[in-house]
Design a protein around this ligand. Structure first.
Ligand code: SAM
Length: 300
């Protein structure tokens, strides 16, 4: 039937019944962060986490440089483990390996991987090791980790690397650290794990780096946070308490205030410097996480 006036669709009749109701639109105080706006301008972030993650990946891909695409393409089997991914430029892309590409692009400006011996402390499932071994011809790669993560990285890296690359890796549990702590390494890498260790453990590792390594890359949070908008308490208050007590940078800051993050980064650069025998060659924001910083140090 021809309409004489514009009519609401069935969809909008539903929205007006449930979200943008006369009762709801009476108060302006919180409407941009409640159900009214979730039908006007923004999907409900509380129930759309995966959508926002995929949008973030898509946005990052739209800004990736050709050299970064080249590095990403050299890393095969990134789909093992079924990450949340999107399609971009005929590649399947997830956030973990975008981060790995940003990390190696930063490191390679100051370090020549060729024929080098690398040691990574706290490797998770091994994405950084995977990215480095498939992009550069390193001599040997040591992973030091707690035994459960180590078991995971062993089986993951076996699945994604070829035999020659896999054979370059030495998996060392923290219990076996004494066996390898007197050897020399060209580069030590620590990504997102010093901030989760006890202070004493971090200093033990920094001491080791000071004595046995010549270069050091560290990417970690600049501090702690307590933001009621975030779901940090979904695992309970005791987990939040544990997270607040770890690491050597425990100041609570507003992680969504770039000035505060930058100010805190000065403390970060000083705190992770292994000793006075080292200097920081370069440091900067570690995108995409607002409060992560990266720094590269060399021994004098
Ligand atoms: C949040 S994960 C980060 C993993 C990886 N670097 C990444 O960014 O994907 C923290 C890692 O640090 C490891 N870890 C925690 N405490 C450690 C310790 N005392 N010594 C060595 N590794 C540790 C964990 O087992 C895990 O592999």
């Amino acid at each position: 039937m021809k309409q004489s006036n514009p009519q609401e669709s069935r969809l909008w009749a539903y929205i007006n019944r449930t979200h943008i109701t006369e009762k709801n639109i009476k108060e302006l105080e919180h409407f941009k962060s409640n159900m009214i706006n979730h039908k006007l301008s923004i999907w409900n972030p509380k129930t759309n986490g995966i959508r926002f993650l995929k949008e973030l990946i898509f946005f990052i891909c739209s800004n990736l440089a050709p050299s970064e695409w080249e590095k990403l393409r050299k890393i095969p089997n990134r789909e093992v483990g079924t990450p949340y991914s999107i399609q971009y430029n005929d590649e399947t892309v997830c956030l973990d390996y975008l981060q790995a590409v940003f990390e190696i692009c930063f490191i390679e400006k100051y370090f020549n991987f060729r024929n080098s011996t690398v040691i990574e402390i706290g490797a998770g499932y091994g994405r950084t090791c995977h990215a480095i071994l498939t992009n550069y011809d390193v001599k040997a790669y040591f992973i030091v980790d707690l035994k459960n993560s180590l078991k995971l990285s062993m089986s993951y890296l076996k699945a994604v690397l070829d035999e020659e690359q896999y054979d370059k890796i030495a998996f060392v549990s923290t219990n076996q650290f004494n066996d390898i702590k007197k050897q020399n390494y060209d580069l030590c890498v620590n990504i997102d794990s010093f901030a989760e260790m006890d202070e004493e453990t971090v200093y033990l590792y920094l001491n080791f780096i000071d004595r046995q390594c010549t270069d050091f890359y560290v990417k970690n949070p600049v501090g702690k946070y307590f933001d009621k908008d975030l779901d940090s308490q979904s695992e309970g208050n005791s987990v939040v308490e544990m997270a607040l007590e770890t690491g050597i940078l425990r100041d609570i800051i507003n992680i969504y205030n770039n000035s505060q993050v930058e100010q805190q980064s000065e403390k970060y650069v000083k705190s992770y410097c292994p000793s006075r025998n080292w200097y920081c060659v370069s440091n900067g924001w570690a995108k995409p996480w607002s409060f992560y910083w990266q720094a590269f140090y060399k021994k004098r």
